[in-house]
Design a protein around this ligand. Structure first.
Ligand SMILES: Cc1ncc(COP(=O)(O)O)c(C=O)c1O
Length: 397
């Protein structure tokens, strides 16, 4: 039976990871994989998570199933965190949500719901977007299209082109997939003023926002990183939100996330929640419990929450500090545009104007590993190797 099955090509990120792992040069710099690392290059478990785990281990009484929509306390706490406790949609019970297996599970569940609600619509994604958006959404059966977003020359968002393109191509009822903050892979986010224009633009044209919020808290701050989401929820009648706790709680392998549908009535919210439950049932039956139980514990316990807020700030400030250092180091002849972009962009990622050949030279001649697209994860650097990193980038550029 398996004779006809051919191997699939390796994911480019896995290729970079494997090559980096095999490299014995001690000075190597790994800017490939998209996880946060501390200054020693380690993705540690947060102290708040460890403490919550200790408590949870003492208190947990059962391992029975969590149900198809998962931990609803977790969903409520996360929605409060993202939308604010004063959110009208929350107060009025107009949000149907389900806990999912990470942000990826949330995106898939959202796409499956779209297949039920709007099977003939197109989901428009930014150019570029997170590579996994395409299979997660199109394998659910949704047609996908792309709108202009990142300009590889100015290293900023082509906002006017984005609006003009969507105006000409997206039809009423189509879905606009948006990165809530810390755009992956470019780091180029919409400004508050651009969100202020985009939200009514979508509302007037009957376009449906699908917001992926995978890095909130790691950009400029919790409030700043959820500005766009809040604006869209206040403006558009219906919104789909996929959120992840992988990065901001460093819970990567615990697969912790949620999907939420913000609607016009509490009755509709119940309908959508039941859809999420039924869809999840046929995909994975039920989400895993552990990560969501920890997040709930952290958000509900004052002292744990305080520790987490501080840990999140520390991660964010480290990334901002590295951006500042790399920007300063690149700010010499020929590197000015990169320097300015790196300083203005948000989160762990930036896409530099480097070709696959440049990235190969960086790897072979300088032991610097990054994606062939030019995407770097700034958290993979540290203060001591930034001068060498900047020199290497400028040497191949
Ligand atoms: C833009 C974006 N969305 C969603 C995710 C999903 O994250 P996870 O499934 O690990 O929670 C990621 C992870 O890299 C991402 O970069």
């Amino acid at each position: 039976m398996f004779e006809s099955v051919a191997p699939r090509p390796n994911d480019p990120i896995m290729v970079v990871m494997e090559k980096c792992k095999a490299d014995t040069r001690p000075e190597k710099i790994d800017l490939g994989v998209g996880v946060y690392k501390d200054s020693s290059g380690i993705t540690t478990i947060l102290k708040s998570v460890k403490l919550a785990e200790e408590m949870w281990n003492r208190e947990e009484t059962t391992k029975t199933y969590v149900g198809t929509v998962g931990n609803q306390d977790f969903c409520k706490d996360m929605l409060e965190l993202m939308l604010g406790a004063d959110s009208q949609a929350l107060k009025e019970g107009r949000i149907g949500a389900a806990q999912t297996a990470g942000g990826s599970g949330a995106l898939r569940l959202g796409a499956e719901l779209l297949k039920v609600a709007a099977p003939n619509a197109t989901v428009w994604a930014s150019t570029p977007t997170w590579a996994n958006h395409i299979p997660l959404i199109s394998d659910a059966g949704m047609r996908m299209g792309s709108y202009p977003y990142y300009n590889r020359e100015t290293l900023g968002v082509d906002f006017e082109d984005m609006l003009t393109y969507l105006d000409g191509h997206a039809k009423r009822g189509d879905i606009i997939l948006l990165h809530g903050c810390c755009h992956n892979p470019t780091g180029a986010d919409l400004s508050p003023e651009q969100w202020d224009r985009l939200a009514p633009f979508m509302e007037e044209r009957g376009l449906f926002p699908f917001i992926d919020l995978a890095y909130f808290g790691l950009g400029r701050g919790m409030k700043e990183d959820t500005y766009g989401l809040r604006k869209v929820v206040q403006t558009c009648p219906e919104v789909l939100l996929a959120a992840s706790c992988s990065k901001n709680f460093a819970l990567y392998r615990e697969r912790t996330g949620l999907i939420a549908a913000i609607t016009q009535s509490s009755e509709k919210a119940k309908v959508l929640k039941s859809q999420f439950g039924a869809i999840q049932r046929k995909l994975i039956s039920m989400p895993p419990d552990h990560g969501a139980a920890l997040v709930t514990r952290i958000l509900r316990d004052e002292s744990l929450r305080k520790i987490w807020v501080e840990e999140l700030a520390e991660m964010r400030e480290r990334v901002l500090g590295l951006r500042q250092l790399l920007s300063e180091a690149l700010n010499v002849q020929g590197g000015e545009a990169m320097a300015a972009a790196i300083k203005n962009q948000n989160g762990m990622f930036s896409t530099l104007p480097l070709s696959p050949e440049h990235t190969e030279r960086l790897r072979d001649e300088h032991a610097v590993y990054l994606m062939p697209s030019g995407r770097i994860n700034i958290a993979g650097a540290n203060a001591s190797n930034i001068p060498r990193l900047a020199e290497a980038i400028l040497a191949v550029h």
